[in-house]
Design a binder for this molecule. Structure first.
Ligand code: NAD
Length: 634
C-alpha cells in the first residue's frame, strides 16, 4: 500500500481514496521570506530570529513579520516588545491595580458591554484579519467572532453572583463569610488556533473580576490580538488595565519572569510544562489549558449517518487545529468497514480550496507552516510503516501557494504507533476497530491527555458507561468538538490544570478571603452593641438584594415560624430596616433564609419542608396550610 524510504520527505503515498495530489512539501516553495530593516544588525535582527537576541542586548525597535499561511506572503512589519517596553507595561499595570479593582463593577460591565458591541460592529474586519494571519476559512473566522458574544454575555450575566460576598454562618457572637478579590496583575499567554475564543475566555472574566491583564497573543495571531485591544480601548477600558505584549517565546518568558500575580496559559503541553517548571517555587496562581488527543467511540447501536457527519466535522473543522478536534475514532467491529467508507465520503465532500477568503471553503492551510507539516508527515509515515492504511490524503498538495495539507484518514492503527499517542493538530484522523465499550474505554484512556471523550450510541447504558469511565474534563454523548459558555472547560493530565468558562471560569480569576467577624460588646459610645440582632439579619450586600427581598415580602405569601411555635405569614410590616451587623447599613430582619432564594420555587420548597416536618398540614383551598398545633387546639 505504501512505499517508504529512510528519508520521510521522500515518502510516496499510494492512497485508496485520496485527493489527486501526491507530491510532498517542496521546502524551497514554503520558506518564509525575509525582510531587511533599516536598523537591522547582527544582534537585533527581528523577523523570525528574535529568539536569538542575546540577553542584555536591548534594541529600541524590534519587528515581527506575520506571514499569510495561505500564500506565504508577509502581511506587515509589526513592532514587538523589548524587555524595556515590557517592564514599562508591567509597572503601569502594577501601579494601576488598586484603582482598577475599585472601579465599580457596574462601570466595568458597561465597558465590556460596549466592547461586545464593538466586536459585533467590526465582525467582518476582525474575521478578515483572522483569516489573513492564520488561514482560518472566512466563514469559520466569522463564526468565531459571532459565537464569542454568547461567552461575553455569560460572563456579564454571572459576574455579580460570583463576586457577591457569601455569608456562611451567623451566630449571636460572630459572623463568618467569604469574599472574592482580584488576583492582581496577570499574564494571559495565548495560542493562535482560536485566538478570539481563547483570548477572551481569559481577558473578559479577568477584567470584570478587577485584574489588570498583560495579554500575550501568539506570534501567529498578533494582528487579531491588536484588534481585540483596539475594541477594548474604544469601549473605555483603561490602557493600564489591559495591555498587549507582542513577540515570540522569548518575550513570553520575560513576561513570566516579572513579579506577576498569576499566569493563564493556553497552548501546547510542551510549553505548558516548560512554564510550570519556570514557575516552580513561585507561589502564584497558575492555569494551564493544554493539548488533547480526543477520542470518540462509535457503538454498533449508533445512528451511523448522523454519527459520521458529526465526527467528520469534529475532526476536520478549523482544519483539525482545535484542542478538542477528534483525533482517534474507535468503532465497533460489526460496523467498522461501513463507518470507514462513509467517513471517507463525507470528508471528501467538504470543500477544499486554496482560498480561505471564499465563504464556501471548509479547509484552510496549516497556520504554523513547515514544522506542522513535518510533524504530520512524521506521524503518518511511521504509522504506515507499521501497517496502518491510508484511506484518504496523507500529503501536501501540489501547486499549493501556502501550507496546505490534504485531509487525511488513517485506518488499521494501534496503540504501538506514535500517531495514536501524540497530538496531531491537523486535518488528520485515525480509525481503529474495537470489540465493544470495555475495550473502547480502555483505549480512550490510554493517553497522557484528558481533554474530551465522546460516545455515539442509541443505547443510554453504553453512553453512561463511557461517560463514567472517561478520564477527561468533558464528555459528550452523540456530539464532539463542542464548547459551551455555561460549562467549565478543563483538562486532566497533560491537558492541563484549571478551567475557563462556566462559573469556575470566573471564580478562577479571583482569590478567596475568609472573614471571621466578631462584633464588639459595646459600640463607640459605650452603649451595648446591637450584635444580639445578628441572628435575625440575613446578609444583604446591595440595594438590589434588598429590593428583591422586599418584593418577596410584598407578595405576603411566605411563612415563618414565630417564637411561640405558631406559623405566620410575612407582611410588609414585618420588614423594617434595622441596623445591620453584616453591612453596617440598613438591612431587613428576616427569620427564614429561604426567603432569599431568588427562584419562584422558594415558597413551594418551604411549604414542602414544613409539610414534611409535620408542622403544617393542608386543610382547604382558602387557607390551605395550617399549623399542626392550631389544628390540635381545635
Ligand atoms: P504554543 O505552546 O507553541 O504557544 C502558545 C503561546 O506560548 C504563544 O503565545 C507562544 O509565543 C508562547 N510560548 C511559546 N514557548 C514559550 C515558553 N517556553 N514560555 C512561555 N511562553 C511560550 O502553542 P500553539 O502552537 O500556539 O497552540 C497550539 C496548542 O494549544 C495545541 O497543543 C492545542 O491543543 C493547544 N490548545 C489548547 C486549548 C485548550 O483549551 N486546552 C485551546 C487551544 C489550543
Amino acid at each position: 500500500m505504501y512505499s517508504i524510504t529512510r528519508n520521510i520527505r521522500k515518502i510516496t503515498p499510494i492512497c485508496k481514496n485520496g485527493l489527486k495530489s501526491s507530491s510532498f512539501i517542496n521546502s524551497s516553495r514554503v520558506t518564509i521570506p525575509n525582510r531587511t530593516y533599516s536598523n537591522q544588525t547582527s544582534t537585533n535582527i527581528a523577523s523570525s530570529t528574535f529568539s536569538k537576541t542575546p540577553l542584555g542586548v536591548m534594541s529600541e525597535e524590534l519587528f515581527l513579520q506575520p506571514i499569510n499561511p495561505a500564500t506565504c506572503s508577509p502581511i506587515t512589519d509589526l513592532k514587538i516588545d523589548t524587555k524595556i517596553s515590557l517592564k514599562a507595561k508591567f509597572d503601569a499595570a502594577y501601579l494601576f491595580k488598586e484603582e482598577w479593582r475599585n472601579v465599580e463593577l457596574s462601570e466595568k460591565k458597561l465597558m465590556i458591554q460596549r466592547f461586545r458591541d464593538n466586536l459585533i460592529q467590526n465582525t467582518d474586519s476582525i474575521a478578515a484579519t483572522l483569516t489573513k494571519e492564520t488561514g482560518k476559512p472566512i466563514t469559520q473566522a466569522t463564526n468565531e467572532v459571532i459565537a464569542v458574544i454568547e461567552r461575553i454575555n455569560f460572563f456579564l450575566a454571572n459576574i455579580d453572583s460570583v463576586l457577591k460576598e457569601q455569608v456562611v454562618r451567623t451566630t449571636e457572637k460572630f459572623q463568618e463569610k467569604i469574599v472574592r478579590e482580584p488576583v492582581g496583575v496577570i499574564a494571559a499567554i495565548s495560542a493562535w488556533n482560536y485566538p478570539i475564543f481563547i483570548g477572551l475566555n481569559v481577558i473578559i472574566p479577568a477584567l470584570l473580576a478587577g485584574n489588570c491583564v498583560l495579554y500575550k497573543p501568539s506570534e501567529f495571531s498578533s494582528l487579531t490580538g491588536i484588534s481585540i485591544m483596539n475594541c477594548l480601548y474604544e469601549a473605555g477600558v483603561p490602557q493600564e488595565a489591559f495591555q498587549i505584549v507582542l513577540g515570540k517565546k522569548i518575550i513570553s518568558q520575560s513576561l513570566l519572569n516579572l513579579p506577576i500575580d498569576g499566569v493563564y496559559f493556553t497552548g501546547s503541553y510542551a510549553t505548558g510544562k516548560s512554564i510550570s517548571e519556570n514557575l516552580a517555587g513561585r507561589m502564584i496562581k497558575q492555569q494551564l489549558e493544554l493539548g488533547g488527543k480526543d477520542a470518540v467511540y462509535v457503538h454498533e447501536s449508533a445512528d451511523l449517518k448522523t454519527a459520521v457527519a458529526s465526527i467528520a466535522d469534529g475532526a476536520m473543522y478549523n482544519t483539525g487545529q482545535s484542542c478538542c478536534s477528534v483525533e482517534r475514532i474507535y468503532v465497533d467491529k460489526s460496523i467498522y468497514d461501513t463507518f470507514v467508507n462513509e467517513l471517507v465520503q463525507v470528508v471528501k465532500s467538504f470543500k477544499f480550496s486554496f482560498d480561505p477568503t471564499n465563504p464556501q471553503t471548509y479547509f484552510g492551510p496549516l497556520t504554523r507552516g513547515v514544522p506542522q507539516i513535518e510533524h504530520l508527515q512524521r506521524l503518518i509515515g511511521s504509522a504506515l510503516k507499521r501497517g496502518a492504511i491510508l484511506e484518504l490524503g496523507g500529503n501536501v498538495l501540489s501547486k499549493a501557494p501556502g501550507y496546505f495539507f490534504a485531509p487525511t484518514i488513517v485506518s488499521n492503527v494501534h496503540h504501538g504507533m506514535e500517531i495514536q499517542r501524540e497530538e496531531l493538530f491537523g486535518p488528520v484522523v485515525t480509525v481503529q476497530p474495537v470489540s465493544g465499550p470495555t475495550e473502547a474505554a480502555l483505549l480512550m484512556n490510554d493517553t497522557p491527555y484528558g481533554l474530551t471523550g465522546s460516545v455515539y450510541s442509541e443505547d443510554a447504558g453504553v453512553a453512561n458507561f463511557i461517560a463514567e469511565k472517561s478520564n477527561t474534563g468533558t464528555v459528550y454523548w452523540n456530539a464532539c468538538d463542542r464548547v459551551s459558555p455555561y460549562l467549565p472547560w478543563s483538562g486532566r493530565g497533560a491537558s492541563g490544570i484549571g478551567a475557563t468558562l462556566g462559573i469556575e471560569g470566573i471564580e478562577n480569576f479571583t482569590r478567596i478571603k475568609a472573614l471571621h467577624l466578631i462584633a464588639p460588646a459595646k459600640d463607640y459610645f459605650g452603649n451595648p452593641s446591637n450584635s444580639q440582632i445578628v441572628t435575625k439579619v440575613t446578609n444583604l450586600v446591595n440595594l438590589e438584594d434588598q429590593m428583591e427581598s422586599l418584593k418577596i415580602a410584598q407578595k405576603g405569601a411566605n411563612f415563618y415560624e414565630a417564637a411561640d411555635g405558631s406559623l405566620k405569614k410575612y407582611t410588609l410590616n414585618d420588614v423594617k430596616p434595622i441596623s445591620s451587623y453584616a453591612t453596617q447599613g440598613n438591612a431587613f430582619p428576616f427569620v427564614n433564609e429561604s426567603l432569599f432564594e431568588s427562584e419562584e420555587k422558594a415558597e413551594e420548597n418551604e411549604v414542602r419542608d414544613l409539610l414534611k416536618s409535620g408542622k403544617v398540614r393542608k386543610v382547604n383551598k382558602e387557607d390551605p396550610y395550617v399549623p399542626i398545633s392550631s389544628i390540635k387546639k381545635d
